[in-house]
Design a binder for this molecule. Structure first.
Ligand code: B12
Ligand code: SF4
Length: 485
């Protein structure tokens, strides 16, 4: 059967500017790989790369019987538009939606967007069974892991167990033009070459699930149980990426790459044994930091690490069930820095009941610690999270709101006594304070862009080397013992 898979376009312009075309849609490509394995003919359109007319042409030429869309809950409106276009082009095709949007609230998706099926949780086994039913026009009512409409009523079937990661194929990267996605990830990697070859990077994942319960995090797809692919499976994929696409820089998008120390140790030892000339980035959690492990990771090519810190005030950290102490954050970040990694910290301002004082604690912690890069955002409750339910119960968001569209278009304010305007001000303050407190470190791209657009004269005066100018001014500020602006 002909199956067309589509990834929606990133909705936030801010995020799109930084990430569009740099993330291979691995989830959708895994779905594609199992469908191909089952004998279907699959094509994939990524609307981050291609535009609507390309999709429309593909539909009319390929005539898919099943269209599968992958999306996050912030992309709800995009999914609605996409479904309408697909229906118009090919009314006979069945439409299935998967990804976080489908697991977060399948009923809403079916009711509002008018899709035929929603796939909950991991997609591999469910889509294979569902596609078989669609091909043979069979009854779907016993397919586990889906939701569908029957006589105007939304039916949500029992979910299935976790996918056996050992049996998963590699993402079907041959369905996309990998050249369009290859990235040097310059914002993370300080070097431009590995073993004399220019960087060619791509993203992948090795694990699923997370045992923590942070209230702002949506774990409806992968759940609480942490699972990981066998080391040999991952290394074979890395070798395949090297031989097929010349990849030598890896962006591991796992929630917590180093959750299981024994696995990471084996992974690093094997990288060295196979003499793989690769560098890599991963996401970690400060309470998992370990000096010996970091040293081994560095030897095996890890050059960049990111921590989701989120809040710098212990009461707020406890309230969001982060299971993390400020002291652990400080220890972890210093340890990562000493290991030689490029260290990124992610922070959120404006959690439920936050005050301007606790927000300032977050900003101060970010400024104080030796991060190389920092990302700050306003807390937005995502559908499918405990935070979303808490905020909805208090009437702070509408029950049927699908979360953040874009910071400029949709905002929620969960704080105790901080106005929207103040929150925005604090966000800007966080960016500036952080920026001014870094010395000789890489300027976040977003700030560089804002400066060149808003202060072209200043940018011109700096000779395009704004970073250098700031570094010099900052040294001057420090030597004169002036406070941060
Ligand atoms: C990498 C990443 C990004 C990247 C790239 C995303 C991309 N489009 O590829 C960037 C940085 C751009 C990003 C941005 C954002 N992200 Co993000 N991101 C991730 C992350 C860490 C990994 C994604 C990944 O590769 N997963 C691995 C693959 C294998 O899983 P998967 O894609 O879910 O696919 C599986 C199933 O979902 C399903 N499936 C997926 N698609 C389809 C399609 C069909 C037809 C079927 C049947 C099945 C199916 O089958 C797959 C295999 O089992 C996840 C966390 C996570 N653990 O997944 C968060 C996550 C997806 N992001 C999240 C959020 C909130 C955001 C932002 C809103 C953050 C923000 N505040 O700005 C933005 C939104 C950007 C936008 N779309 O406008 C949430 C989504 C929650 C939700 N309810 O939607 C997640 C789940 C984090 C979390 N735990 O809360 N993100
Ligand atoms: S934020 Fe990270 S640590 Fe917390 S539950 Fe989500 S994935 Fe786990």
């Amino acid at each position: 059967m002909n199956i067309l898979l589509v990834r929606t376009k990133i909705i936030s312009q801010r995020i799109a500017a930084d990430y569009e075309g740099r993330f291979v849609p691995v989830g959708l490509l895994l779905v594609a790989a199992v469908l191909e394995r089952a004998g279907h003919l699959v094509k994939l359109i990524d609307l981050s790369i291609d535009d609507m007319p390309v999709l429309q042409r593909q539909i009319s030429m390929f005539k898919p019987q099943l269209i599968g869309i992958g999306a996050m809950s912030v992309e709800f409106e995009r999914v609605g538009e996409l479904v309408a276009v697909c229906r118009e082009e090919i009314p006979s095709a069945k439409i299935v939606v998967g990804g976080p949007i489908a697991s977060a609230n399948p009923a809403k998706l079916l009711e509002i967007a008018g899709v035929d099926y929603a796939v909950l949780g991991e997609g591999e086994e469910t889509i294979a069974e569902l596609a078989d039913c669609v091909e043979h026009n069979a009854d779907v009512s016993t397919v586990r892991g889906i939701a569908f409409s029957q006589n105007g009523k939304v039916m949500v079937n029992e979910r299935r167990g976790n996918v056996d990661l050992d049996q998963n194929p590699y993402p079907a990267r041959h369905l996309i033009d990998m050249e369009k996605y290859i990235s040097t990830y310059t914002e993370r990697f300080q070097q431009q070459q590995v073993a004399g070859r220019p960087l060619r990077g791509t993203n992948l994942t090795v694990s699923r699930g997370c045992p923590y319960s942070c209230i702002y995090c949506d774990k409806n797809v992968f759940g609480n149980k942490w699972r990981v692919r066998p080391v040999v499976h991952v290394l074979d994929e890395i070798e395949h990426l090297g031989s097929e696409y010349g990849i030598n820089a890896l962006m591991f998008d796992d929630d917590i790459f180093d959750l299981n120390k024994a696995w990471v140790k084996e992974f690093c030892v094997e990288i060295k044994k196979r003499r793989l000339a690769v560098i890599w980035h991963c996401n970690s959690r400060c309470n998992h930091s370990d000096v010996e492990l970091f040293a081994l990771m560095y030897e095996a090519g890890c050059r960049s690490i990111a921590f989701g810190i989120e809040y710098g005030n212990q009461t707020v950290l406890d309230r969001v069930k982060k299971q993390l102490k400020v002291a652990e954050i400080e220890r972890g970040v210093h340890m990562a820095k000493s290991a030689g990694f490029f260290v990124t910290g992610y922070f959120m301002l404006g959690m439920l009941d936050e005050t301007s004082e606790t927000i300032k604690d977050t900003i101060n912690l970010a400024v104080k610690l030796p991060f190389d890069a920092g990302g700050f955002g306003i807390t937005v409750p995502m559908m499918g999270t405990e935070l979303f339910r808490l905020a909805a119960d208090r009437g702070l968001i509408q029950q049927d709101s699908w979360g953040q569209k874009d910071r400029t278009a949709y905002r929620s304010n969960l704080t105790k006594d901080v106005s929207y305007e103040e929150l925005d001000k604090l966000l800007r303050l966080a960016g500036w304070k952080f920026f001014w407190s870094r010395q000789g470190r890489k300027t976040p791209k977003i700030i560089n862009r804002a400066i060149s657009e808003s202060f072209p004269l200043l940018y011109w005066i700096s000779g395009g080397d704004f970073q250098g100018l700031v570094s010099k001014l900052n040294s001057l500020r420090r030597s004169m013992r002036l406070p941060l602006p």
